[in-house]
Ligand binder design. Sequence first.
Ligand code: FES
Ligand code: FES
Length: 187
Amino acid sequence: MRVNCTVNGAPAVADDVWEGESLLFVLRERLGLPGSKNACEQGECGSCTVYLDGVIVCACLVAAGQAEGRDVRTVEGIASGGALDSVQQAFVDAGAVQCGFCTPGLIVAADDLLRRVPLPADPEVREALAGNLCRCTGYEKILDAVRLAAARRSGMAAAPGGDGATGRNDAHGGDAAPGGEPGRPGR
Ligand code: FES
Ligand code: FES
């Protein structure tokens, strides 16, 4: 079958799509967008997180046909004009990228959080990123990156790891996974 949708602001067409094919496969293998990663293919790791009509989903759990006529935005679409977005730059600056496999999904999830909650407290960050697993960083650098991106987007100065400059009501720092169960609805 043919799938027509909008990807990162431009019309996209994928031909010869199998009925059981995922949106993730279409993005990576048919549309040349390898930013969204394929790790578990079971909706458990969040590495394939993309926006679908403005709501984040696990692209591995979305049938390609469900994207027909809809708007998809991937980590490639977070950047604009060839420059990294503030969230992407914050992950680099905070040292939150090691192997990088989790990074695209985390960036999309963090971008979604900061659009909804410009200056989130740490528990809100942890909850928002609960569906995104990282096996390298121990999560602290990821939290630093989100704090930094939040501060920069809000026009406030903050150094990676700095708690005081953002004006947030942080409850704790912590060193475990950023949240509980990966229970993001619809992902
Ligand atoms: S590849 Fe792991 S949630 Fe999609
Ligand atoms: S940086 Fe390797 S899984 Fe997160």
